[in-house]
Design a protein around this ligand. Sequence first.
Ligand code: MG
Length: 428
Amino acid sequence: MAAPSLAVPVQGNPRFTRRLSSREATRDSLSQGPTVVVPPQQLMGKPSESHEVAASMEIARHELESSRTPSPHTPSETIVTDKYAFAFDIDGVLIRGGEVIPEAKEAMKMLNGENEYGIKVPYIFVTNGGGKTEQERCVQLSNQLQLEVSPGQFICGHTPMREMAQKYTTVLVVGGEGEKCRHVAEGYGFKDVVTPGDIIKDNKDTTPFRKLTETEYQDSRARKFSDVEIEAIFVFADSRDWAADQQIILDLLMSKNGRLGTRSENFDEGPPVFFAHNDVVWSTSHDLTRIGMGALRVSLEAMFKAVTGKELKTTAFGKPQIGTFEFATRLLQQWRKDTHQIDSPPDTVYFVGDTPESDIRGTNDYDSIVGNTWYSILVRTGVYRDGTKPRFPPKVTVDNVLEAVKHGMRREYTKLLKAKMEESAVEE
Ligand SMILES: [Mg+2]
């Protein structure tokens, strides 16, 4: 039997990325497929937006058609694999404390075709972080990684909260910088978004030790909260002021039907509270992990118990919730279809994360209930530190994201070689 070529053999229908004239092509256009922005709301299937969806899909199709026009100067074609895909956590994997982890750019280049196998691998990003719009975060990530990241390949912790805009009208939105999370929530379709600043502006005695700055006072909206019923509380991003935010959340949880200034007799008439994720710690530029939104949740539940004697039920989105992985599956499916015309699910999704409790746990749990393989890879550049035993063991632990990509690609190549050899053995 002849030694197998290092180029991955074409199986079934090969999918080609855009063909470009070698004279027209820029380095970027060769290393990236056509950009098709698929806003996450399209994955939610809201009937009211069907026209908008149809229109943007038409634009996407047009872009794809024009980008596939054959050119006589085409030097070569790059095959996009339909067998597998990657999904990446961001903090502690690609970025740490606002800085790119050195190996991240190289890892992305490998997936975009700069590898010994001559293929491109589709990928998405699934972060528990948030606090700004998906579009803003994609622009930031694009600059950091020096490649184009589209909202169509990106989920953050609060993305699934978009679905709740249908259910609740007046909501309290907590966390993030300034007015950013109010704008995110309004962008999701929430009709009446209240912030802790609005409440302090109406009654400065709400938080005895927290005064609004001049800018905060100007940005906060004036209204009389004695007339307002807040139907739900959403913690979109990390609180910048735990004491004040918790005081306001507690006031609402203990109120009659979310009306500030009232007290329920049995403390079970308050609005529900939702968290974008449940990560107790996260990886920043500090040597040790820092407490995050999951810690606020624990604190709030303990405080509610201390004050009322009752258990508080809260809901968290994000990883490791199965819903987030189902959402990631839909996103990946749409992304592969729109940019690479792949219409079948991948056999394997490699999920690269740094937090055993969210990334690895979620990937392993999801793997146990779905038909294809979700393969968990833990990196040593974030929350997890060598020498400790992760509570949720990954399939493999590697030093960094580049090693994770190399591991997945090598594993796939080995699988392919094995299949080829078995095929040849049968023929002989
Ligand atoms: Mg992380």
